[in-house]
Design a protein. Structure first.
Length: 293
C-alpha cells in the first residue's frame, strides 16, 4: 500500500495543506494516523476522488436503499446497529444479495461464497471479478469466521464430518438455494463423492439461528452454521473451516456517511470484545480492502 505524507497528499490533490487538514478534521478524506503523523493511502484517495466525480444531468446514479443484503451474520447485525450507521439488513443468502446489489436494490451485499472444488480460489473475489456491473465495486473484509456443523449438546450422534452425516442418516437442516452455507454443503458433498440425495433432509432454515432453533426443537440433528450461532444457542459445534465474510459495494457508496460510520466502527474495541465473546470470529482485518478493480 502506497502511503502519502500530508505534503505529498496535498500536492497530489492540488490542495493547500491547511485545507487538507480541514478535511481530516471533518473526517471527509481517507487517512490514518501512525506514530503521530497523518498518512494518506493513495489508492483510497483515488477512490475518494472517483466517488465525488460530477456526472452529466441524467447520468447521476441513484443512491441505493440503505440496506445490506446477502448473508446473515449476528455480529454484522449487531455492528450495524451499534455503529449508528442507520443501515438495515435483508438476509436472503449470498447469491441473492449479490443479485440485489447488481440491480441497485441494496447498497451492499454480505457474501461468503464457496466453489465445489474449494481449493486455490477465493470465491468472493472471483464473483466480483467476473460479474458484470462490478467494474467500480470494492470488496471489504468484515470478518473471517468459523463454519461447522451445529449439533445437539454433547454431539449425541458423534458426527465429525460430512461422511458421518450421510452414513448415520443425521437429519441435516438446510439453507435456501444460493446461501453461502448451502454452497458449502454442496462443496462438501462433491468432495466426498456423495449426491445431495444421500443426506437425510431436515427443514429449510433462512438463517443460522433458525438452524439452531430447529435442532433445539428436535426437527433436525445438525446443520451448517457458524460457531457463534452454536455458542449463542448452547449447542455443540463440529468445525469445518474458516471462511471470508465480506461486503461488496460500489466505490462511490464507500465514502457516503452511512458506510463511513459503519467502517469506522470496525476498528473499535467494542467490536473486538463482542467478537471474542461470541466466538469463532477473527476481526484482525476488519475494514480492509480485499479487492478493487
Amino acid at each position: 500500500m502506497e502511503l502519502l505524507t500530508s505534503a505529498e497528499a496535498a500536492d497530489y490533490l492540488r490542495l493547500k495543506e491547511r485545507k487538507l487538514y480541514e478535511l481530516v478534521a471533518a473526517r471527509a478524506v481517507p487517512c490514518t494516523k501512525v506514530t503521530g503523523r497523518w498518512l494518506f493511502p493513495k489508492a483510497e484517495l483515488d477512490r475518494w476522488i472517483a466517488a465525488a466525480l460530477a456526472q452529466p444531468v441524467g447520468l447521476m446514479p441513484a443512491e441505493p436503499p440503505r440496506i445490506i443484503g446477502g448473508s446473515h451474520d449476528p455480529l454484522l447485525e449487531w455492528a450495524l446497529r451499534e455503529s449508528g450507521s442507520a443501515l438495515a439488513t435483508l438476509p436472503e443468502g449470498s447469491e441473492r444479495g449479490l443479485e440485489r446489489f447488481l440491480a441497485g436494490e441494496v447498497v451492499a451485499a454480505a457474501i461468503h461464497l464457496h466453489t465445489l472444488e474449494g481449493t486455490g480460489t477465493d470465491a468472493n473475489v472471483e464473483a466480483v471479478r467476473r460479474t458484470a456491473k462490478t467494474h467500480d465495486a470494492v470488496l471489504i473484509d468484515f470478518v473471517r469466521r468459523e463454519q461447522g456443523f451445529v449439533v445437539g449438546p454433547g454431539n449425541p450422534l458423534g458426527l465429525s464430518d460430512i461422511a458421518d452425516v450421510v452414513g448415520r442418516r443425521a437429519r441435516l437442516a438446510l439453507r435456501p438455494k444460493g446461501a453461502g452455507a448451502q454452497l458449502l454443503l454442496l462443496a462438501l458433498l462433491h468432495r466426498a463423492g456423495a449426491p445431495f440425495e444421500a443426506i437425510a433432509h431436515g427443514p429449510v432454515c433462512p438463517t443460522g439461528p433458525d438452524i439452531a432453533q430447529a435442532i433445539r426443537a428436535g426437527h433436525a440433528d445438525c446443520g451448517i452454521a457458524t460457531r457463534s450461532v452454536a455458542n449463542a444457542a448452547g449447542l455443540g459445534f463440529v468445525p469445518i473451516m474458516w471462511e471470508d465474510f465480506d461486503l461488496v459495494l460500489h466505490q462511490r457508496d464507500y465514502f457516503r456517511a452511512p458506510m463511513q460510520a459503519f467502517f469506522r466502527f470496525l476498528s473499535s474495541s467494542e467490536l473486538k470484545a463482542r467478537a471474542q465473546e461470541a466466538g469463532g470470529y477473527d476481526v484482525s482485518r476488519a475494514g480492509q480492502v480485499r479487492f478493487a478493480p
